[in-house]
Design a protein around this ligand. Structure first.
Ligand SMILES: [Zn+2]
Length: 365
């Protein structure tokens, strides 16, 4: 048994050595403006036309349009021109291109026989930063999972939640399913909350797991649960500290309402996501050392502008590039530049002054 373990360890080291030696980054990530805190906001399914349609229909401006750098993220996965949220989230968390349905694992090694990619949450933790993952979806949804778990099937909710429970993440907030066990969360040092009042009572430096119900995405008052912007504001207050923090915020319902081509509710979700961005920008402007990055994992609904009107043209994801908006860095990207989605966490790491080798694999284009 000892011998087999040694051989496996040797093979694993050999493979990771080959990967890191032979594959060089196609981008220079040196020389980025340095920051101490990062807030990454992901509008699930949010394409450029979701924003244009919302502004046009409602006659409003969006705060995110004022962010100084604006480029695009290219979203294809390792096995499809059209990604799902698992592969898209993994690109944004782990700096690699993996296959649809995979969460935080390599496309070539989904069962993690030899290696598991490191994600930006783990890298930030290793530097003593506080971390948070918040969503309007289930905490086991594909996007939050990509920042907090590793598994070959996005549907492995039990494995995902077990990894979240065992993690060093300070804040995991969203809706929960039947795999959530409050006693286990508490045994792992989390304060379990299930209402806005309980969230508001949390103090700076606390560690908490939310078990909200399903009304999170709504913006009307009268529910027990906080809105995404309220969660964002409170999470920043809890995470802020001298060692820095990384916070991922997902607005999941832009995607959900685009699958059903429900533009009215999609626009409500876009507006609430924009309010969450405003909270992040308010903090960043006061703080002066905070990077705010807004993007999407993919576009949903393939919204087109035709004959003077916007309309959905499908009920699923599309291959359309998505917005990549940046505040707090003059050189994260160039204005108008389109980068591969897996460069986003690599550029975040570079902005924090971390080596690219902290991602266990370096994937060439
Ligand atoms: Zn979707």
């Amino acid at each position: 048994m000892f011998k087999l373990t040694s051989i496996l360890a040797a093979v694993s080291m050999l493979i990771s050595g080959i990967l890191s030696c032979t594959q060089l980054l196609p981008y220079d990530t040196d020389g980025r403006d340095q920051v101490e805190n990062v807030i990454l906001l992901i509008g699930d399914g949010m394409g450029e036309n979701h924003l244009e349609w919302t502004k046009d229909e409602l006659g409003i401006d969006l705060v995110m349009d004022d962010m100084p750098l604006r480029g695009y993220s290219k979203t294809k996965s390792a096995n499809s021109p059209i990604t799902d949220s698992a592969a898209g989230g993994t690109a944004l968390s782990s700096g690699i291109r993996t296959g649809n349905n995979y969460v935080g694992v390599y496309f070539a090694d989904p069962l993690q026989t030899y290696s598991t990619p490191t994600n930006i949450t783990e890298i930030c933790e290793s530097h003593g930063m506080r971390t948070g993952v918040i969503t309007t979806d289930l905490t086991t949804g594909a996007t939050p999972s990509a920042f907090s778990a590793h598994t070959n099937d996005r549907g492995n909710n039990d494995k995902i939640i077990a990894q979240q429970m065992a993690s060093d993440i300070d804040i995991i907030w969203g809706n929960t399913d039947e795999d959530f066990n409050a006693a286990t969360a508490e045994a792992n040092g989390f304060t379990v909350i299930d209402s806005e009042a309980e969230m508001d009572a949390l103090r700076n430096g606390s560690k908490s797991f939310a078990a909200f119900n399903s009304s999170l995405w709504r913006t009307e008052t009268g529910t027990d649960d906080p809105t995404l912007s309220e969660m964002t504001e409170k999470a920043i207050e809890i995470l802020d500290n001298d060692e820095g923090f990384f916070l991922m915020v997902e607005g999941a319902h832009i995607d959900k309402h685009s699958h059903s081509n429900d533009e009215k509710n999609m626009m409500i979700a876009v507006q609430e996501f924009d309010r969450a961005i405003e909270k992040a920008l308010d903090f960043a402007k006061k703080d002066g050392n905070t990077l705010v990055v807004v993007t999407a994992d993919h576009e949903t609904g393939k919204i087109v502008y035709r004959n003077g009107e916007y309309k959905y043209t499908r009920g699923n994801h599309s291959a359309t590039d998505v917005p990549l908006l940046v505040y707090g860095s003059s050189n994260f990207i160039d204005n108008g530049e389109a980068v591969n989605n897996y460069m986003v966490p690599r550029l975040i790491a570079a902005s924090l002054g971390f080596e690219q080798s902290e991602f266990r694999n370096v994937q060439a284009d």
